[in-house]
Design a protein around this ligand. Structure first.
Ligand SMILES: Nc1ncnc2c1ncn2[C@@H]1O[C@H](COP(=O)(O)OP(=O)(O)OP(=O)(O)O)[C@@H](O)[C@H]1O
Ligand SMILES: [Mg+2]
Length: 277
């Protein structure tokens, strides 16, 4: 008998099992051994020495002042910090919505800081989903039409995209509201539509900027729980911006940002079966 420990080799693909007995120590390599939480540490977002400098008249505003980090596939990451700390600037840059002044952003092995605008548009359509604070739904379209909209940009036929839209609306618990107009839904329901719309394109990464900012605390928890469950099930990476430390604590890791700098990256341990109360 002895304590069995697991770790990963540098590639993250082979688990290595260690058996430690009293006075004895045996090392045994096993392909595919269970190795959570280090399992599948595949980098998906890599940021190196990232700067965003705005010029306001004669003054320079360092919205981001040298940021470095890696986010992994399947992770739920929260970017947390006070108002004006640079959260939205960072998120917009990771999503290819704004160009950095300096530094590197590698998404899924592709350098996006070198891309031209038309390449960035294609990148966003293919790999990224967005969830906004203000939902950004088209009010005169129903739930299915709103979720199906991003798929129409891919030239998908209506029947197929409506089928996919219905599948994701079901996933977010809106089976009964599929044909409701967006402006006839509650805030929580509209944000569920927003989540379904982000997921419908099956993105590797989902970016969410204060996604629960307009919701009451009970609905906030429901939405947070829903997002966390879905991205875990689909092994997607969720990057959520919030000014709320409590909400951020439900992520796998918290990236604390102040004055355009990440000053702490905190790992949060959650039980697999943990329920958000
Ligand atoms: N277009 C711009 N021109 C000049 N300064 C800007 C611009 N956009 C952002 N900034 C500045 O960059 C800093 C970071 O702004 P950012 O919007 O990223 O903050 P935030 O953390 O998202 O804040 P909030 O929680 O209020 O949304 C702020 O000082 C802001 O004034
Ligand atoms: Mg912001």
């Amino acid at each position: 008998m002895g304590v069995v420990r697991y770790s990963h080799d540098e590639t993250g693909s082979t688990a290595v099992r260690y058996r430690e007995g009293t006075g004895l120590s045996e090392r045994k390599e096993e392909q595919g051994a269970v190795c959570s939480p280090l399992k599948e540490r595949v980098p998906i977002i890599q940021v190196k020495n990232l700067y965003k400098i705005y010029k306001v008249g004669e003054t320079k505003v360092y919205a981001l002042g040298g940021v470095d980090f890696t986010m992994y596939r399947g992770e739920f990451c929260a970017i947390v910090g006070p108002s004006g700390s640079g959260k939205s600037t960072l998120l917009n840059m990771l999503a290819g919505l704004e160009k950095p002044s300096r530094g590197e952003i590698v998404i899924d092995k592709i350098h996006i800081e070198k891309m031209k605008e038309n390449e960035l548009v294609a990148f966003r359509r293919a790999r990224v989903g967005f969830i906004f604070q203000s939902y950004n739904l088209l009010k005169t379209l129903n739930a299915v039409e709103n979720v199906a909209l991003p798929l129409s940009f891919r030239g998908m036929p209506r029947r197929k995209r409506n089928e996919i839209a219905r599948k994701y609306l079901k996933l977010v618990g809106l089976e009964k509201q599929m044909n409701h107009m967006a402006n006839a839904m509650s805030g929580g329901q509209q944000q569920r539509v927003g989540i379904a719309r982000a997921l419908a394109v099956n993105p590797r990464i989902i970016f969410a900027d204060e996604p629960t900012g307009n919701l009451d605390s009970k609905t906030t928890m429901e939405i947070l729980k829903l997002m966390r469950r879905i991205v875990r099930e689909q092994n997607q990476t969720l990057v959520m911006v919030t000014h709320d430390n409590h909400l951020a604590s439900y992520a796998d890791r918290q990236f604390h940002i102040v004055d355009g700098k990440i000053f702490k990256i905190e790992e949060c341990r959650h039980d697999e079966e943990e329920e958000i109360k």
